[in-house]
Design a protein around this ligand. Structure first.
Ligand code: ZN
Length: 414
């Protein structure tokens, strides 16, 4: 068992420079990132990431959905300790969401490599495919398949807006590997991520110990009315599907206010047909999600949202239907021992921490179903993410990476 060396620290400048190199691949004019999964930018970033991993002695493998697993060798052939997150972004994403977790992991491997430290267990550094679910519409899908929660074929057959399948796009960028799901058993999994909320930043606390996450349920409401002329149709004879959608959007927001501050509801997408001037819309679809850290409360919000669909349709005189329904985070249970180790090393390094619930979904949710897992959050300015203006303050970020370094090393020496 290795002993705690408080002088062991990451190289801050090297990590910052690496993050800034990543920030050039898919850079937007406003200084954010657009690096959609399996795009040409994603390929360039993956190529660079693989090269960086090989430079520190890693053996790199890919699984069937393009998750990259880079193995830093250990002294013994034992199940590895894994570090992971994602290198893809949203359409107008920031430079750190997901990316800090992967490149922070790389910095840990570089630190060990430079100090000639070989842990007892190997360390697997992972870039999960399609976490953001923007181009191929399903969040966290690479880790979901890895954990065996969805089949490979399901992800392979998802299509983007142009009709390209995931599997063609994956082969197109050269990252279709042959490892099957569950091919590796992790001894433990650690994920570092920006908070994506304002709590740590406002409290000026550099490390968030994630003790749980929100249970999220989503649904698409479909409203069917009748196409008619905007001028010729009397007000009392209309079946305007957009009016039902509008009522639903406002009602769902009011529902979130009732469950605040912990509960959250969001209407995030709408489709209207024909969506033309002079015509009463015949069809609308609204996507909403409900979040609460107490799953019973999420269920309550969800059932109330279903009742709102019916009520809003009735008020607008249109037909309704429930479209796609989804949920995630129901069974996340971060590992008490991994959590304790994060707290312990923060304390030994003199770093203040705050216990925190995750409000967003993360790859760690799925991995927590197949391995002991934990997450560390660091602050992001004003809690802003999924936005080109996403920022981190360097001095508020490095403590979390150092805590991750010690927690991972101690676990790998076990
Ligand atoms: Zn993320």
């Amino acid at each position: 068992m290795g002993s705690f060396d408080p002088t062991l620290r990451i190289n801050e400048k090297r990590l910052w420079d690496t993050l800034m190199q990543s920030a050039e691949i898919g850079r937007t004019p406003a200084g954010g990132l657009q690096r959609l999964s399996l795009s040409d930018e994603d390929r360039k970033m993956r190529d660079l990431f693989v090269r960086w991993c090989e430079e520190v002695g890693c053996t790199v493998a890919m699984d069937r959905v393009g998750n990259i697993l880079a193995r830093f060798p250990g002294r013994e052939n034992l199940p590895p300790v894994a570090i992971g997150s994602h290198l893809d972004t949203t359409m107008t994403g920031g430079r750190f969401d997901g990316i800090l977790g992967v490149l922070g992991g790389l910095e840990i491997l570089r630190t060990l490599h430079n100090r000639h430290i070989t842990p007892r267990r190997p360390i697997d550094l992972v870039d999960w495919t399609n976490e953001e679910g923007v181009r191929f519409p399903s969040y966290m899908s690479g880790s979901l398949v890895f954990a065996g929660l969805r089949p490979v074929e399901w992800l392979h057959s998802l299509t983007d807006e142009k009709g390209n399948t995931f599997s063609d796009a994956l082969r197109g960028i050269g990252y279709a590997g042959d490892l099957p799901p569950n091919s590796r058993t992790f001894d433990a999994y650690f994920e570092l991520h920006i908070e994506q909320g304002p709590l740590l930043y406002e409290a000026n606390i550099p490390v968030g110990v994630v003790i749980g996450g929100a249970f999220v349920r989503g649904v698409t409401a479909i409203f069917r009315g009748q196409n008619a002329h905007s001028g010729g149709t009397p007000m009392d004879r209309r079946k305007n599907a957009l009016v039902a959608a509008a009522k639903f959007i406002v009602s769902v927001n009011d529902l979130g206010l009732e469950f605040a501050p912990i509960g959250r509801t969001t209407s995030n997408w709408i489709k209207v047909i024909p969506n033309k001037g002079g015509t009463i819309p015949e069809y609308s679809e609204v996507m909403v999600d409900m979040r609460h850290q107490n799953s019973d409360q999420t269920d309550r919000m969800y059932n109330q949202a279903l009742a709102l669909i019916v009520r809003c349709a009735k008020e607008a005189g249109v037909e309704w239907q429930i479209g796609e329904e989804w949920k995630f985070g129901e069974n996340i249970r971060f590992d008490p021992e991994c959590i304790a180790s994060i707290r312990n090393f923060a304390k030994r390094l003199g770093i203040p921490t705050m216990d925190i619930y995750s409000q967003a979904g993360h790859d760690a949710y799925s991995i927590s179903c197949v391995a002991p897992a934990a997450m560390i959050f660091c602050p992001c300015v004003d809690g802003i993410s999924h936005n080109e203006a996403e920022k981190i303050i360097q001095e508020q970020t490095w403590p979390a990476v150092n805590v991750l370094l010690h927690a991972v090393l101690a676990r790998a020496d076990r």
